[in-house]
Design a protein around this ligand. Structure first.
Ligand code: GDP
Length: 611
């Protein structure tokens, strides 16, 4: 909770001064608190009844119950009012951070490489993952049941390879978020009939940033019209990925996910590049790794797939996973088979979690339940501080005060994206759109497909729902139609931004373009009523033509305005009189026009501005 303190409260400070005068000055007691603290816990720290804290909060305009959290600034003000100095507790790095084990060179045991498949939409990531899975003999052993749990393993020449089967860039944003490396090799799929596309480039960048080895799978080579060599050329020219066979260092394999051609060679190449890295892990001791999938199951509660990176994971272990924890109740491999241990490089499914952790959360085993609980709470606290800082960073407060002052018009949006990385860059770009008149306002954002609550949120806040690389069910679509919520789905970031830019542009007040068409000197005024003047004069420049707007000038001053509704030449109605001609004029105006006034005729046109 973060609520502003409405007005500084001074009563108790005065009391304190009085006390200091009558009693001997006692030292102000200082208490240390976390950056966010529960009201109850805060009262306990101060050693005063919680009702006093709540009362003090209320005096300051903050309505909070014993279970609510207040931030440090609020606690500091309340504390001062109650005669305490409140200081922020030093962070406990060990409780919230993930222990990282770096193995000395040559130590540990060899582990399977972990591979992610990425590439432009429709180039065949899913098909390729399926084709690879089909080469797996283990699949037959499990009776053909293949669950999608976020990862699987295949055996090639007696060696295991672990594949993350979450398509897209999720694996890489997890790495970004946690600073750890999840995958070793990135297979970038490029369709031989389509070539290098924006998402291909993005995928390569992600993989390179994460320090992964890149293996290019040139897919759909079975298709007529496919041109693998053109793909090689594009990769060389546009991304400086030069194929080995052309003297470069990038492994490129022609494959067909449809026919299965080239898949085994692709696996061999993955093992080959993995060998270069000499991938090792700590084979014993407490387990640690990353959460790569989570979901809720009736009867089993929160279920997570973990990728073990070091140590051994066993049933009964206590593990902290992000802001939750588990006593591992059951442990299964990717085929759904119960196992007694999961070793490094292995994906495994665990149950026994208190709640579902997030994709990309680190997990690690601890000694007992108490430690597990304490550390998950510490992680929760860190997460809530992070989200608060995030809100601050976006500067919603500044924006909304400008909106309230009527200076800025806002375009409300709810944003959903497939992964954290895309979401963050989208939010940054959206916030950068706009100017001092119009702005984007992201009222809600998140990762994952568009769901009912997103629609509800968009409906209540009158927002446009934007989805990037996400989808929605028919049910959600129907709800959106019913709630009159507009949903727009995108696969390319700049298309989304272009649309939003033009949306904002339409909200800009149009620019008024004025064109002066002529000037006339008034030589006589024949009739003046409250709203009409009939006068005559000589056109000095340009022309007098009706209809047009009129500015009435007397000397250097503009004394009024009106509309020219008719022009006459020698009693005859004409459309215009040109320079040097004399004419009569009908002008709708409330200004009494006088002889010698100059009339300037002009037209205006509204022009839509753009950002
Ligand atoms: P993703 O969006 O990258 O996961 O792509 P998909 O795996 O969904 O494939 C997109 C389309 O391409 C589907 O219609 C596939 O059947 C088709 N496709 C994928 N791989 C191949 C291939 O090797 N050959 C042919 N002919 N079609 C393929």
């Amino acid at each position: 909770m973060r609520r502003p303190i409405s007005a500084p409260h001074t009563t108790n400070q005065t009391k304190e001064v009085k006390m200091a005068e009558t009693e001997t000055v006692s030292e102000i007691q200082s208490v240390e608190i976390a950056p966010v603290v529960g009201v109850g816990a805060f009262a306990e720290k101060l050693g005063i009844p919680v009702t006093s804290v709540i009362a003090e909060l209320m005096k300051n305009g903050v309505m909070a119950t014993i279970n609510e959290q207040i931030d440090f600034d609020t606690a500091a003000i309340i504390g001062a009012d109650l005669g305490f100095e409140v200081i922020v507790e030093k962070a406990e790095p060990t409780s919230a951070a993930t222990p990282k084990v770096k193995l000395p060179q040559g130590e540990g045991t060899v582990r399977p490489p972990v591979v992610a498949v990425m590439g432009h939409v429709d180039h065949g990531k899913t098909s390729l993952l399926d084709a690879i899975r089909d080469t797996d003999v283990a699949k037959a052993e499990a009776g053909g049941i293949t669950q999608h749990i976020g990862a699987y393993q295949v055996k090639r020449n007696d060696r295991w390879i672990t594949f993350l089967d979450t398509p897209g860039h999720e694996a890489f944003s997890a790495i970004r978020a946690h600073g750890a490396r999840l995958t070793d090799v990135a297979i970038i799929v490029v369709a031989a009939d389509d070539g290098v596309k924006p998402q291909t480039k993005e995928a390569v960048r992600y993989a390179q940033e994460a320090g992964n080895h890149i293996v290019i799978a040139i897919n759909k080579t079975d298709k007529t019209g496919s041109d693998p060599n053109r793909v090689r050329q594009e990769l060389s020219e546009q991304l400086e990925l030069v194929p080995e066979e052309w003297g470069g260092s990038t492994v490129m394999v022609d494959v067909s996910a449809k026919s299965g051609d080239g898949i085994e060679k692709l696996l061999d190449m993955v093992l080959l590049v993995a060998d270069v890295e000499d991938l090792r892990a700590r084979p014993a001791g407490p387990s640690e790794g990353v959460i790569i999938e989570t979901h809720l199951e009736t009867g089993r509660g929160a279920v997570a797939t973990v990728l073990v990176q070091n140590g051994v994971l066993k049933p009964g272990d206590f593990v902290v996973a992000g802001d939750t924890y588990a006593k591992v109740r059951s442990l299964e491999d990717w085929r759904g088979k119960r196992i007694k241990r999961a070793d490094p490089g292995m994906p495994a499914v665990i149950t026994g979690l208190k709640s579902a952790p997030a994709f990309g959360d680190a997990y690690y085993a601890v000694e007992n339940e108490r430690q597990a609980r304490d550390r998950s709470v510490a992680n929760q606290r860190q997460a809530s501080i992070k989200s608060m800082t995030k809100v601050k960073k976006i500067g919603i407060d500044e924006l909304s005060s400008a909106i309230a002052a009527g200076r800025v018009q806002e375009l409300n949006v709810v944003v959903k994206a497939d992964v954290q990385g895309s979401l963050e860059s989208l939010l940054d770009s959206l916030n950068a759109l706009g100017n001092d008149e119009v702005a984007m306002k992201v009222v809600s954002s998140g990762i994952g497909d568009i769901n009912e609550s997103d629609v509800a949120f968009a409906a209540t806040s009158g927002a446009l729902l934007l989805g990037f690389n996400v989808s929605l069910t028919t049910k959600v679509k129907q709800l959106a139609t019913h709630e009159k919520v507009q949903i727009r789905l995108y696969r390319v970031i700049y298309e989304l931004l272009d649309d939003m830019r033009s949306g904002l542009s339409q909200m800009l007040k149009p620019e008024i373009i004025e064109t002066v068409i002529g000037e006339l000197k008034v030589l006589g005024v024949f009739r003046t009523t409250k709203t009409l003047v009939i006068c005559g004069g000589e056109v000095l420049s340009g022309k007098a033509s009706a209809p047009s707007q009129v500015r009435i000038k007397r000397g250097k001053e503009v004394v009024g305005a009106g509309t020219l509704t008719g022009v006459q030449k020698e009693q005859n109605k004409v459309s215009e009189a040109v320079e040097g001609e004399q004419c009569g004029l009908n002008i709708n105006t409330t200004t009494a026009i006088e002889v010698n006034d100059r009339l300037e005729f002009f037209t205006t046109e509204e022009r839509q501005r753009s950002l």
